[in-house]
Design a protein around this ligand. Structure first.
Ligand SMILES: Cc1cc2nc3c(=O)[nH]c(=O)nc-3n(C[C@H](O)[C@H](O)[C@H](O)COP(=O)(O)OP(=O)(O)OC[C@H]3O[C@@H](n4cnc5c(N)ncnc54)[C@H](O)[C@@H]3O)c2cc1C
Length: 421
């Protein structure tokens, strides 16, 4: 593993099935920060680890920083702040603002700054986006043995910083306005960011199962994503993964390193057409993996976190209950484009951003398109505003595509800046 953010090892202390502790573990894992998870089981543990006489009195979770500071019940943002990652913009205006620090945004940032553009990268959560939740990416060129997504993206972050990219973490673009050839974005913290061009690389977010009581189990046995931070806690357990695409397959494979058994729950009758063949061939022959096709999770239950799930067989229409204390849901994504809803940026019916030639409808460019020239590839219906990676309508949802589009968008940013000068 690369030297993780040059932060010495942290200690994260808490109890099992705590959603607050899960959020911190997930964030640290994605950010490639080394940490020890100390799970308290009794008042005696609490006394020994924290000097507090009982679990009931402790304000958990607690993060112990290497300098001796102790953060009690911190939010992810407070932790990021203490790590020195939440900073103020240095400039009033940028050449390019990039929203989303997944592979597409990181790639755009590297190319933008390396080509002399004043570049700012805005990320609302952790660096790496979806890729940071992948245990092992095996099909990205140049890594014959595979590489963890978090590590790959941490390398991208370091490269971007070395070229002078300014990264604003824990910031979220919530509303955009296009004024006099500039994009003015309101951030969730009330501040505003101005740039001559922008690149939307906000990717997708896990689609929800939509079970009535799932919110109560989130981070308490029920997880969206591949469970990178949770896998080591699944030792000798029987765990469940929902989904039939690559992300679910990778999650299942990774979990087998720790769990006694992994059951995959797949709605369809086969993996063909949804998962890469190299992966499903391994899954179908893996001694620890059981696959239930035509299976749908119908209900969750449990008093102290998830304990049992109801499974419906979509063929026989029968439902049975099984013991399940951990369920990882990896069922594809919906785009993060809420911010675009009050702008002239055109989205498709599912919310993905439409770009370039795809904006042409019945031989006509959209009426909101104000220029004589046609939109560049990757350019949205607003001149100078681009979309790359998974958030773009019709894009191939792959790491290499996201990275490629990020770099390519910078070429069009240069063109737009030249035309606008
Ligand atoms: C578990 C898993 C395994 C995968 N394995 C592979 C693989 O082996 N090979 C492969 O080719 N692909 C794989 N993929 C797919 C690949 O990771 C994605 O295609 C890629 O991450 C898309 O990159 P992106 O930058 O477009 O979007 P994302 O990775 O989704 O990143 C978007 C980023 O934008 C941020 N964001 C969202 N909204 C805002 C906002 N308003 N303001 C600021 N920031 C915002 C998000 O927090 C996120 O960090 C995998 C995906 C998953 C989930």
């Amino acid at each position: 593993m690369i030297e993780a953010n040059r932060i010495p090892r942290l200690r994260l202390v808490g109890v099992a099935k705590s959603s607050a502790a899960y959020e911190l573990r997930d964030f640290l894992q994605r950010s490639v920060v080394a940490f020890d998870w100390i799970e308290l089981q009794s008042d005696a543990d609490c006394q020994r680890e924290l000097g507090v006489s009982s679990l009931a009195k402790a304000r958990l979770p607690v993060v112990k920083l290497p300098d001796g500071t102790r953060l009690e019940e911190p939010t992810v943002r407070e932790l990021a702040n203490r790590l020195g990652w939440v900073t103020q913009p240095r400039f009033k205006e940028y050449d390019v603002s990039i929203y989303g620090a997944g592979p597409a945004g990181l790639s755009a940032a590297v190319y933008g700054a390396s080509e002399g553009l004043r570049t700012v990268l805005i990320e609302r959560h952790a660096i790496g986006g979806q890729a940071a939740s992948s245990s092992l990416i095996e099909n990205y060129m140049g890594f014959p043995g595979g590489i963890s997504g978090a590590e790959l993206c941490e390398r991208g972050r370091q490269q971007a910083v070395a070229f002078g990219v300014e990264i604003l973490m824990m910031r979220e673009g919530v509303q955009a306005e296009f004024l006099n050839g500039h994009i003015v974005v309101d951030l969730a913290d009330g501040s505003t960011l101005i740039a001559k061009t922008n690149i939307c690389a906000t990717g997708v977010e896990w689609r929800r199962l939509g079970l009535p009581n799932e919110a109560g189990y989130l981070g308490r046995g029920f997880y969206y994503g591949a469970g990178m931070s949770e896998a080591p806690l699944c030792r000798n357990e029987h765990v469940f993964v929902v989904g039939g695409a690559n992300s679910a397959g990778q999650a299942a494979m990774y979990l087998t390193e720790y769990a006694a058994k992994v059951t995959m729950l797949v709605r369809g009758p086969t993996f063909k057409g949804t998962m890469s063949s190299y992966l499903y061939n391994r899954i179908l022959t893996h001694p620890k993996i059981e696959v239930r096709f035509n299976a749908e999770v119908a209900e969750l239950t449990g008093d102290n976190g998830l304990a049992r799930i109801a499974l419906t067989d979509l063929q026989s229409k029968t439902t049975d209950w099984v013991d399940a204390s951990r369920l990882f849901v990896c069922i594809g994504g919906a785009p993060n484009t809420e911010w675009a809803k009050d702008t002239p940026i055109i989205r498709d019916a599912s919310g993905f951003l439409i770009t370039g030639p795809d904006l042409l409808e019945n031989g006509q460019w959209p009426s909101c398109w104000p220029l004589k020239r046609q939109p560049h590839h990757l350019e949205t219906s607003v001149p100078g505003s681009f979309a790359v990676g998974d958030v773009r309508a019709g894009s191939v949802k792959r790491l290499a595509t996201a990275v490629g589009e990020g770099g390519m968008a910078i070429t069009f940013v240069h063109k737009h800046l030249r035309e606008a000068a």
